[in-house]
Design a protein around this ligand. Sequence first.
Ligand SMILES: [Fe+2]
Length: 200
Amino acid sequence: MGYKGCCGFNNYLYICTHYDLYYNTFNLMLKKNIEQAINAQINAEFWSAYLYLSMSAYCHENGNTGMANWFAVQFKEEQDHAQLLFNYVISRGGRITLAPIAQVQTHWESPLQAFEDTLTHEQKVTEMINNLYALADSEKDYATQSMLRWFIDEQVEEEETAQEIIKNLRLIKDNGFGLFMLDKELGARTYTPVTTTNKD
Ligand SMILES: [Fe+2]
């Protein structure tokens, strides 16, 4: 829908389309509070990546190379999560503001402790995603809610996987063969770039 009298070029016979352009642009653009919250989530995803890279380094030091591989894959996936959010902000005409990534822990007492911290961390991320969804809901931003649904499902998998590994590590305790077998299993994990149409 155009309207008369929008710009200097019109003479009331000319129907200006600028109105449509501006109207649609404003409609697509992210609200500032949502833009800020997604930027914070991008930082949290990069922080997660950094944390898992640190856990990977710890597992290498500890001689658990399979677990080190598992965390290295996790590191890459977290960067993909950040990239998905980044792409979304751009597609909505929003502004990316990358903040510093805070220091992460560099030592754990055992692989079990590293995986327990993984679960605790993923539970926090779930809470952040839920809060973001609630904000998008209160702002009636349906596109952001749709985008976040993928992340909500992803968090269920993240928590479930961490819980499963913790359960195995608790069963194994100090059994060398058990640890060897679990390490071998986690060493088989491969990286596939994350998109919203695939998982893991
Ligand atoms: Fe993530």
